[in-house]
Design a protein around this ligand. Sequence first.
Ligand SMILES: [Zn+2]
Ligand SMILES: [Zn+2]
Ligand SMILES: [Zn+2]
Length: 213
Amino acid sequence: MGTQVKLKGQGRLFKNPILESFTKSSPLESTISSLGIAVFCIWMGKELGAHFEFWNVFWYFTAGLVFWSLAEYLLHRYVFHLTDENFKGGDRFAYILHGVHHEYPNDAQRTLMPLLPKLIFSTLFFGLFFLILGKAGAFFSAGFLMGYYFYSIMHYSIHRFKAPKFLKPLWEHHHRHHHLEDDKAFGVSSRIWDRLFRTMPSKVKNKSKVAEM
Ligand SMILES: [Zn+2]
Ligand SMILES: [Zn+2]
Ligand SMILES: [Zn+2]
């Protein structure tokens, strides 16, 4: 990303103060909106006439949840780190979505997705899954969103709290991405895809630098 990491403070995304206010979020807002949209998706599935039976909803939901994990990796690797070299305006695009978080990794208000972009992305993914899977795509969308929610709380915790012992490797994985190699370690809630696609961070002996962040 190239910019100097600032451990305090907040980035400015838009000059317009109203637009700027739409770029911040909190765990409470994120929880309410994620659960709310997920319930709405399931209700939509029922309204659209998808087979509304427990196991049918369950399996589509679970498939969406698992598919999120892959999407989390791919979005982070191929979308969030785009630059002007990829397309004109790429730097700005990636900065708003993700770069601001790299510059100010401890800014709690910019770790979770705010409501407005969440509504936009939810609508786009809902449409995509509906096109591919039909009416039951609504249940898949609900699971996908819950996968996102799980990831986002995890990501938030990584930047706010000390790692519980059994999650230490995940914490370190993400801090390496931030502070040592931003072209490695794209998975946040799991390391499976980094293993599979060979983007595991190198085992550098720079633990002190990682630990202090
Ligand atoms: Zn992060
Ligand atoms: Zn990143
Ligand atoms: Zn960090």
